[in-house]
Design a protein around this ligand. Sequence first.
Ligand code: ARG
Length: 514
Amino acid sequence: MAAEKKKLWGGRFSEDIDPLMEKFNESLSFDRRMAQEDVRGSMGYARALAKTGIITDAERDALVDGLDLVAKEWAADAFEVVSGDEDIHTANERRLGELIGPVAGKLHTGRSRNDQVATDTRMWLRAQLLVLRGYLRQLIAVAIERAESEVDVVMPGFTHLQSAQTVRWSHWLLSHAAAWQRDDMRIADLLPRVNTLPLGSGALAGNPFGVDRRALAVDLGFERVCPNSMDAVSDRDYVAETMFWASTTMIHLSRWSEDLIIYSSGQFGMVKLSDAYSTGSSLMPQKKNPDALELLRGKSGRLLGTLTGFMAVMKGTPTTYNKDFQEAWEGLFDTVDTMSDCLQIATGCLATLKIDPAAMERGLSADMLATDLAEYLVRKGVPFRETHHISGAAVKLAEDRGCALSDLTVGDLKPLCDAFEEDVVGVWSYEKSAESRDTEGGSSRRSVLEQCEKLRRYLRDTEGDVDEARYDGGAASAAAGVSTSGGEDAGALDAAFDEFCEDDPSADECKVFD
Ligand code: ARG
């Protein structure tokens, strides 16, 4: 029998497949990554089929036991791929047949690879997203820790990369942590949409054997079921949303890297990257290059491209499943792997870099207190618009004289505005400047420490969200007092399902804003 005749869909085909087409079409080389999820999804589906009566309990047990052997082969790296294994779904089913005989042919009853692949990838992705979320939260935790312990250090803050106002180093750290917190919330927000069950949708039209999709969802740890079978096999938003999350997170990491690349350059010298995250030059012995940060910046470009490419793949495909969708997986895997590396590398860089508070202080110049000078006059009752001009005139005067703004005496300043008094000398303190911005989110010590505290509270309040046990369908239904192995009453199952669905992980996060 020719190899192609053995294909699971081979019935209507009479001619040999072009060998290049075989290679062109296959996805096993990359979707084998979801071998375990494919097996677990099939086990759940076998249990669901048995409940309908379309297969017997003995057949279910044979399928589940056989699938367990398949899973073990993958785990032991002993699964042998044969020619004609087109993707993970056909490979697993082929092997199951070899292990348990013709009863294997009952597994795919009412199922299609269309609802199967969407189920497998969602199961795989939800677990990966939790891992990535854990890494992201470690990064945030390091930022909080540093921000707290280095809260005394002041540095120049920039707009347009020009010296602007005095801020705290911790304030800068937390500005990035604030973006990472949004990234964390974004995962929390998209996870329930990833964790929605397509299985039981068939190729597109639904399941003809009365499979209880809600029970199947609970069994497989899904929080809800896709509401429409055609959409279920059509929808790849969960891939696009993950890629968007990754791209946005990478843009944040890239901008953070760019800051640190600048701050670590010889001319700035404000931070020193640890050797563990730097490399040397093959030519110039003195060089220490911030390669880790540059790679973070560079990889952000690649992931943005992956998102854009995938959106282009989806655009214009007709409703329900199209093979174009297979193009999603390599990009998705790469996105997840890259995020895993990047988040860990960023955490390592941040945890190990050294700051030079003196260099940061040297980066401050009296002209950065020009706004404070204007604010001094505002406190004396002069309208801000006027004070802005007066302070500007003072900057120019100092420039003309070739001295620092802070070198101007009251005598120099008085002609510019009568409101200047001896106490103007109090303006010339960077520390005081940072302290003066004491509103929520500002650069004062109190405000910065409050930001740390809020972020810490956020991490604490959302700790449970990162626990993979939430996707353990068995645990979820056991907690709700229902069994998924069959025979339970439908009302209890519905209640368990509703309770599971109500547990919206994004609801809690909003608390940090109160
Ligand atoms: N390897 C395929 C994919 O990733 C699985 C689904 C195949 N479905 C089909 N109707 N050919 O999309």
